[in-house]
Design a protein around this ligand. Structure first.
Ligand SMILES: Cc1cc2nc3c(=O)[nH]c(=O)nc-3n(C[C@H](O)[C@H](O)[C@H](O)COP(=O)(O)O)c2cc1C
Length: 200
């Protein structure tokens, strides 16, 4: 493959996907159909806790994040696991039909899970929109904008005395003098060649 980074140029946004007891940041969302209750698909890594939750729950919500969104929302939901922290204690949410959605968002789609397609690494969850609202007129964050500005968006501080390496795929920060050959990003699985030294 000459350069798979072209996939980062597929136009998609940055969203928070929530369900009962958890959620994460996703970009892999697409609309499948329109009509009164459109169908949407969201691909979630099998290793994410959110994947387990979505298999147990029948309802999930997708909140659309804006271009100026507080980086703490992306950091909390996208670079941490609910296995380790309670994301809902860190970020303000509002509850719609027992699902917490991000308060600082452009709006949300509440979906009823109608299908699941299993893949080796991801599960594609298909949802029928049963409720939705638009809160404001802000410009949505595109995944491509996130990729080119994640250093500023995440505002991650370098820990004293250690070199910080940023994963150019997801923004995860690794601290250490060097990166082992077999190192894999714990968030997105990228290899050491996808890490670069983070300049402050
Ligand atoms: C900008 C961005 C986009 C992401 N897109 C996806 C995605 O489409 N699907 C996915 O499964 N994870 C995606 N992630 C990674 C998850 O949000 C991340 O692994 C999260 O820590 C999982 O949390 P959980 O274990 O609580 O589910 C993305 C992360 C970021 C920062």
């Amino acid at each position: 493959m000459k350069n798979k980074k072209i996939t980062r140029k597929i136009t998609q946004g940055v969203y928070s996907l929530t369900t009962k007891n958890g959620g994460c940041i996703v970009d892999a969302v697409s609309q499948i159909s329109s009509g009164d209750n459109p169908l949407v698909a969201v691909a979630v890594m099998n290793s994410n806790f959110t994947n387990e939750l979505l298999k147990e729950n029948d309802t999930f919500a997708i909140s659309v994040l804006d271009k100026e969104v507080d980086g703490k929302i992306i950091e909390t939901f996208g670079l941490n696991s609910m296995r380790d922290i309670n994301k809902f204690e860190e970020i303000e949410t509002v509850e719609i039909n027992e699902i917490k959605i991000i308060k600082q968002s452009i709006g949300y789609m509440l979906c009823e899970k109608v299908d699941m397609i299993e893949n080796e690494t991801h599960t594609l969850f298909i949802g029928k929109i049963i409720e939705a609202d638009v809160f404001n007129d802000l410009e949505p964050m595109s995944y491509s904008h996130y990729q080119s500005h994640k250093d500023e968006i995440l505002k991650v501080k370098t820990e004293d005395g250690k070199t910080a390496w940023i994963c150019t795929i997801c923004g995860y920060i690794y601290y250490g003098d060097s990166i082992d050959d077999d190192f894999r990003c714990p968030i997105c699985g990228a290899d050491k060649y996808d890490f670069k030294i983070k300049e402050n």
